[in-house]
Design a protein around this ligand. Structure first.
Ligand code: RP5
Length: 161
């Protein structure tokens, strides 16, 4: 099955963070691909990936990067697809630099930026974007939400025992 979500990151050192987005795709049974695409170290590969993704059937791109995190914004500038940005926490500034690099996009070129390190939400957002056009997936999202509600209800019930 052709991948519908592209998960890219600036370095293999981002993988432990981005693994949560991969896990969401696996949980929802969505075909996805994972690639290391660096805005700074492999700029030509980044341009090629961003320009070709929609032609290959990708519907949403999740892009994670840390430090001078230009990958999500540059990819967003090069693709018509929605881009979800994940600021990866860095050793020196704890990801604040990554967040600032990704979140302040100029009007016209959005990146849906999640919280620092929150690749899980990036995966869920990508799934929900796909679910707009896929009733079965929408039902899965609703079931997932219901499971969150149930977990809280059960914890509350334990507190009251
Ligand atoms: C960014 O630089 C990557 O996204 C990564 O978060 C950061 C550090 O990369 P490495 O030096 O660990 O390869 O491009």
């Amino acid at each position: 099955m052709d991948p519908q979500i592209g998960i890219i990151m600036g370095s293999d050192s981002d993988l432990p963070t981005m693994a949560a987005a991969i896990a969401v795709c696996e949980e929802f049974g969505i075909a996805h691909e994972v690639a290391i695409v660096s805005a700074h170290r492999t700029p030509d590969r980044m341009v090629d990936y961003a320009q070709q993704a929609h032609r290959r059937g990708i519907k949403v791109i999740i892009a994670g990067a840390g430090g001078a995190a230009h990958l999500p914004g540059m990819v967003a500038a090069l693709t018509p697809l929605p881009v979800v940005g994940v600021p990866v926490a860095t050793r020196h500034l704890q990801g604040l630099d990554s967040l600032y690099s990704i979140v302040q996009m100029p009007g016209g070129i959005p990146v849906a930026t999640v919280a620092i390190g929150n690749a899980k939400n990036a995966g869920l957002l990508a799934v929900q974007i796909l679910a707009c056009q896929q009733p079965n997936l929408l039902a899965q999202v609703q079931a997932y939400r219901q499971s969150l509600t149930t977990q809280v209800t059960e914890k509350q019930a334990k507190l009251e025992q």
